[in-house]
Every structure is written in C-alpha cells, then in structure tokens.
Ligand binder design. Structure first.
Ligand code: GYE
Length: 337
C-alpha cells in the first residue's frame, strides 16, 4: 500500500517537473520533492475515541494512556471526544466518527444500555468498534468487535472479602454506600458485590445509599447528608477514590473519625496514586485496584485486527487490593497513575 502511494506520488512529481520545464522556457526546473508529511498523514490509522468525561483521577489516567499510545509517531491519528458524562454526546461522537470513516471507533461507555442504533450504523459502515473500560448491554454481540476492561463484580467481591476479614461474618455493621454513576458497569458490578456480601452476612445493613457520580464534589455532598442523618456508620463502601476524598472532607468537617483506628472504616476503589497515598496514611483502610492503562491494550487489539487475526472478544485486566496495614511506599512508587 505504502509503495503504491509512493510510486503514484513520485510519478505525479515527475509530471509536474516536466510540465514546469516545458512552460518555463529557459532555466532549470525547480526541484519538487514529495511532501513527506502528507504521505505519512495518509498512512496513519484513524482512531475515534469517545471518552466518558474527566470525572476522576482514574479517568484522567485513562485519557492520558490513550493519548500517549495513539500518537502520530506510533502511526495513529487520534480523534478524542470528551462526552462530559453525557450518553447523548457519546452517541453524537460515534456518529461523527462513522461519518468521517474512522478506521476504528473506541468507546468508553458512560452507561450500559442504549447503544445499539449508533453501533449498528458503525457496523454498516464497516468500522470495527472496540469497547473499553465499562461494558455495554446489547442483544447483538456482533455490534462490537471486542471489549477490554475490569471485572467490576469481582472488585466488589474483593472489597467484601476485606470487610469479612476485618469484622468477621457475624458482625453487626451499619454501612454507608456511596455509589458511582448509576447504570455504569463500574457502579453495577461494585454494587452487586456488596449486595452479595449483605445477603450472606446477616448482620450487615446498608443504612444509607446514594450516588456521588464518581466525583469528589458530589461525594462530599452525599456524605454530608448521610452524616447529618445517621449517628452510627461503621463502614463507608465508596465506589471510587475521588468520592472517598470528598467524603473525607465531609467527615473532617463533621469531626467524625475514619480510617485505621477511626470510627468509620473506608473501603474504596481505583487505587490511584492519590488513593494509595491515602491508604498508606491510614485514611483509607482497603483500596481495590482498578487499572486505567488501557491505551496499550486497545492498541494490541488494533494490531491484531490489522494483521487479520481475531482478538479475544472479552479481556479482563488482572487487579489486586491494597490494605492500609500492609501497603508500602514501594507500592506507590511503582504506580504509573
Ligand atoms: O472507577 C471511576 C471512574 O469506569 C472504572 O469510572 C471506571 C470508573 C472508575 O470515574 O473512578
């Protein structure tokens, strides 16, 4: 393909030189070299990426990973659209990428439901769609080529196992549950994990439950309300680090203690750099990892597709959990996000 383009370009250049020579009369024809940058631009693989937004540290790290991977130097042209948490904007972006005839469409879907129509249009245009991070619900699996992300239900189960170890299964617990963006896979899976723990451990009660939309500001607001309403909270089950930071502000202002040796045990998710610092400081008791570095994973999928191979339809990322009692500075230093 590259060779064909170069031959055409070289032939075009020769014609141009000949015609310049014939009409200019005297003097040598000016040297016309192929526009190399133009040639390279034509060979780039175009990737349209519809990102959820910029709601959390996790999300920023995810965007950074995609930007660092899909560079021109690596052979890509990345068209990144930030949907500011709006599914409508994501659908618009998918339609734009389809109209632009992108080589690949990558979507980090804000919620699970409601993608079929836009994905069908992409499929009809012959554009492979890669779903990343959260998952979609569809009755037709052929609407996407593959998915890579986390097992959110398993993350929830890991968090519950930490609570069982800490309190024992017959403990009486009053749990405040701060949920992420409703309808997102990360919220659904982590909530399901907790629900399973509550059904199993009969002394566990979810005293308060509300969504903080994965943001620090809303996490603080929701926690303020919860603290005003309930005197006894044993565990804050918080579906991401940023909401935990907001909740900590609310607890500080209300003079409620938390973390190691505190009144309220905090279980959080993501284990971002700042989240791990808070874990090492003993402010967060347990932090379940969620890895946002999907850029290279998506690129590997694209490489396989370019080579005519069939990548795995679904790929889960390996993840761990950090405990305030055992985390080390080395764990934080090893963190790339
Ligand atoms: O946990 C949260 C972000 O979908 C895994 O979204 C992602 C979640 C992550 O806003 O911080």
């Amino acid at each position: 393909m590259k060779i064909v383009k170069w031959i055409l370009l070289a032939a075009g250049t020769c014609c141009l030189m000949l015609s310049l020579a014939s009409c200019s009369g005297a003097g040598p024809a000016p040297a016309v070299t192929p526009d190399e940058s133009q040639t390279e631009a034509n060979n780039l693989i175009t990737v349209g990426f519809s990102q959820v937004g910029a709601e959390s540290d996790w999300r920023m790290a995810n965007t950074k990973s995609m930007k660092e991977t899909f560079t021109e130097a690596n052979g890509y042209k990345l068209i990144l659209k930030d949907a500011q948490q709006s599914q409508e904007k994501q659908i618009e972006a998918i339609r734009e990428f389809t109209a632009q005839k992108a080589d690949y469409i990558v979507v980090a879907p804000v919620t699970e439901e409601g993608w079929d129509e836009a994905l069908q249009e992409a499929k009809d245009a012959g554009i492979p769609v890669i779903i990343v991070d959260r998952m979609i619900k569809t009755s037709d699996d052929s609407l996407y080529t593959c998915w890579v992300g986390s097992d959110f239900r398993k993350e929830g189960e890991t968090a519950v196992a930490c609570m069982e170890n800490a309190f024992g299964s017959d403990a009486e617990l009053s749990i405040a549950h701060l949920q992420g963006s409703m309808g997102s896979s990360a919220q659904i899976g982590r909530t399901e994990g907790l629900q399973a723990g509550v059904s199993k451990n009969t002394g566990w009660n979810v005293t308060a439950r509300d969504s903080g939309d994965f943001t620090q500001v809303k996490g603080k607001e929701v926690m303020e309300r919860i603290l005003k309403q309930y005197d006894r909270i044993d565990v804050l089950y918080c579906e991401n680090d940023n909401m935990a930071f907001g909740a900590m502000e609310a607890m500080d202002e209300a003079d409620r203690t938390y973390g190691v040796g505190g009144e309220i045990t905090i279980v959080s998710f993501d284990a971002t750099h700042a989240g791990l610092v808070a874990t090492l400081e003993g402010k967060i008791n347990y932090n379940v990892e969620c890895n946002p570095l999907h850029g290279p994973r998506v690129e590997e999928i694209i490489r396989q597709l370019e080579a005519g191979n069939t990548p795995n339809k679904m790929a889960y990322v390996d993840e761990t959990v950090f405990d305030a009692a055992t985390i080390t500075q080395g764990d934080i230093d090893a963190r790339a996000y």
